[in-house]
Design a protein around this ligand. Structure first.
Ligand code: GLP
Length: 255
């Protein structure tokens, strides 16, 4: 796991955008998109580079990470609407190249299977952008998710529903979701996880320095060959080997 320590959330966004841009400049790219506040700065920076530096997303196919069950794509809080509002509507990614699992599918199990197969048919994800939940989840893979799981229907935990209650009138957060599995995420050729703020510090420590355990789903990234974790000072504040990560970063920046 490569740990990149940043001075500010803006720097986190810029470093993550650098990783994405480097891949985009190589040619057609399959991008995995996370929602949530953590990658928002990354998307803002990519939008800026599109506007000011002609970074193009025309050759990108994008797959979102997860979706609430029961919501139509047009619902204000669906992750499809969210990713369009916060990113896709501001770049030149053709809408037919944005894929999401449909939360309103008649058969959610079929939908999940179709979605996982669509990722494989596209050649797999080149770069998967990730945030992390305060309980260590990635996507909506809640604690105790199988480390080998594929895209499937999951029950949201009470913690996650409480965290997202503010986005729904009367706090009525859906109870089920569709999410790429931990095995699906692990198949991405590169994973870029961004975390901001002290409320993520425990989850970040478990992910990076704890045992690989379904209890901290993000710890599956320890088994990933190319995982980059980009942190602001708050999110990094509980790591034990901070000095080592700093030294490794300085040396790798010189390569
Ligand atoms: C949701 C999303 C995750 C995201 C997490 C953290 O549960 N399904 O993909 O990483 O929230 O969100 P935030 O970045 O807003 O803290």
């Amino acid at each position: 796991m490569q740990i990149i320590l940043c001075d500010s959330p803006e720097q986190v966004g810029a470093r993550a955008a650098d990783v994405v841009e480097a891949r985009l400049r190589q040619g057609p790219t399959v991008l995995g998109l996370a929602t949530g506040s953590s990658p928002a700065g990354t998307y803002r920076e990519l939008i800026r580079r599109h506007r000011d530096e002609s970074l193009s997303f025309n050759q990108v196919t994008a797959f979102t990470l997860d979706e609430y069950a029961g919501l139509k794509p047009g619902h204000e809080q669906s992750y499809y609407s969210t990713i369009r509002r916060e990113f896709v509507d501001h770049i030149d990614l053709p809408l037919e190249q944005l894929l999401t699992p449909r939360g309103d599918a008649a058969d959610l199990v079929d939908e999940a299977n179709w979605y996982d197969a669509a990722i494989v048919s596209a050649g797999g994800i080149d770069i998967q952008i990730l945030g992390i939940g305060a309980n260590g989840h990635i996507g909506f893979n809640e604690p105790t998710s199988s480390l080998a799981s594929r895209t499937r229907v999951k029950t949201l935990s009470g913690v996650t529903r409480a965290d997202n209650a503010g986005f729904f009138p009367k706090g009525e957060v859906p109870r089920l979701c569709l999410t790429q599995g931990l095995g699906t995420i692990r198949d991405a050729k590169q994973a870029v996880l961004v975390a901001l703020g002290e409320n993520k510090a425990d989850a970040v420590r478990s992910m990076v320095e704890g045992p690989v355990s379904a209890y901290c789903p993000a710890s599956v990234l320890q088994l990933h060959r190319r995982a980059v974790v980009i942190l602001d000072p708050g999110a990094a504040s509980k790591l034990t080997l901070l000095d080592y990560y700093r030294e490794a970063q300085e040396l790798s920046d010189q390569l």
